[in-house]
Design a protein around this ligand. Structure first.
Ligand code: PLP
Length: 401
């Protein structure tokens, strides 16, 4: 039997997100849209309908439709100086979760060493471990603004290092790895032939970078063959319900290896999902959809930021620059709270739902007092949740005046 650690954040979400009446500020997707919303957003009023209702529902194209793979490839060519990525270098999966699993399942195993940024989505280090690989965590530090320090790779790398795993933008931190650092990671990996897997599921929601700082490109844009990007429609595109993601690589042999393993789990993805995803990534829709989500993220981050300033006595963070999540640390009398108890009590008393970082993202006590907030929900939800969270914090954490 496979020995794998419980996937804590998924289990906490499953357990709590159906709490009746909850104000969900734990969700990591940009507030979801419907097919009708996509049609409303479409700038070409003569565009074909998103769903061809008369099309027979065969398995369809095994690796994903040509149209969808082409549109994903164009997305990954953003800010790239490299040759355009061919559609054949993309394979469609059921969400980024299947994309990550399949990539790791195909490429790493016993005898391999994997370096993975930390904190991040637990799948990225627990799956390689379950496959028998040795995993070293590349810890992101507050003093570096949670951007990885490439000098540390020298101390982490081993003769058998097969893969470096990064997550850009990062869940749970909402931090960005800028182009220059991506280039340094490539410069480190290339001479050693180390594969770089970049989970880019929150890309391109680079909504709050400091003035003058450019959004980084995909890892595939940097001219190194052994790079893999995973992504999906769930987060930046607000369409988690279609369960559509992808694996893309500059190295066609990686895609073929992944596709050979995928034959055992997938055959093809839902043809309805493929059509909706193709529509959402079509030229007249993708721009307005990303604009909506970027503006929502920026506006909501402004509200959250004002809240954190108001409660600075008991709450601190490194303000996110991208993605949909933020990590906030709560303290009482200067001591970090027990975040799991804090989250459960907060939900019980106020119905506000956030995620505790110690069990969901930390090994040991690394993230004591931290909670993850998913702030790119509907603004109305945030506007209702923040005052409740404020009152709770005043009553439980702040000195009585
Ligand atoms: C970093 C990261 N990767 C992958 C996923 C999986 O996303 P999905 O399967 O919905 O595309 C998530 C979901 O939270 C995530 O945060």
């Amino acid at each position: 039997m496979v020995k794998i650690e419980p996937f804590e954040v998924e289990q906490w979400m499953d357990r709590l997100e159906t709490t009746p009446g909850s104000l969900n500020v734990a969700e990591t997707c940009a507030a979801s849209v419907s097919v009708d919303d996509l049609i409303q957003l479409c700038e070409d009023k003569d565009a074909a309908s998103p769903l061809l209702l008369s099309r027979k529902l065969t398995y369809g194209a095994i690796r994903g439709s040509e149209a969808l793979r082409q549109r994903v490839a164009s997305l990954l060519d953003r800010a790239s100086d490299a040759e355009p990525l061919p559609a054949d270098n993309v394979v469609i999966t059921q969400g980024a979760i299947a994309a990550n699993f399949l990539t790791l399942y195909t490429l790493v195993g016993p005898g391999d060493h994997v370096i993975c940024v930390y904190p991040t989505y637990q799948q990225l280090y627990s799956v390689p471990e379950s496959l028998g690989s040795e995993v070293s965590l590349w810890k992101l530090k507050k003093e570096n603004g949670y951007v990885p320090d490439v000098r540390e790779l020298k101390g982490l790398v081993q003769a058998n290092t097969k893969m470096i795993v990064i997550n850009n933008p990062n869940n749970p931190l909402g931090s960005t790895i800028p182009r220059a650092i991506l280039e340094d990671i490539v410069a480190f990996a290339r001479p050693k032939g180390i594969i770089i897997l970049s989970d880019e599921v929150y890309s391109p929601l680079y909504h709050s970078l400091p003035a003058g700082v450019e959004a980084p490109p995909s890892i595939l844009a940097l001219g190194y063959e052994k790079t893999i990007a995973t992504g999906s429609m769930s987060k930046a595109f607000a369409l988690a319900g279609i369960r559509t993601g992808w694996i893309a690589s500059r190295d066609k042999s990686i895609i073929d290896a992944v596709a050979a393993a995928r034959d055992y789990t997938t055959i093809s993805v839902s043809q309805l999902d493929d059509q909706v995803a193709s529509y959402a990534l079509s030229r007249p829709v993708v721009g307005p959809l990303l604009k909506r989500n970027t503006e929502l993220a920026r506006a909501n981050l402004g509200l959250l930021s004002a809240w954190v300033d108001k409660y600075a006595e008991v709450c601190s963070w490194v303000k996110p620059t991208a993605g949909t999540t933020a990590l906030l640390q709560f303290r009482k009398d200067g001591v970090p709270v027990d975040d799991a108890s804090f989250v459960l009590d907060l939900l019980d008393k106020t119905k506000v739902l956030v995620m505790p970082a110690s069990p969901c993202f930390g090994l040991g006590k690394d993230f004591r007092g931290f909670v993850r907030m998913g702030y790119v929900c509907e603004t109305a939800v945030l506007l209702e949740a923040l005052p409740k969270l404020g009152r709770y914090v005043e009553e439980t954490l702040m000195a009585k005046k």
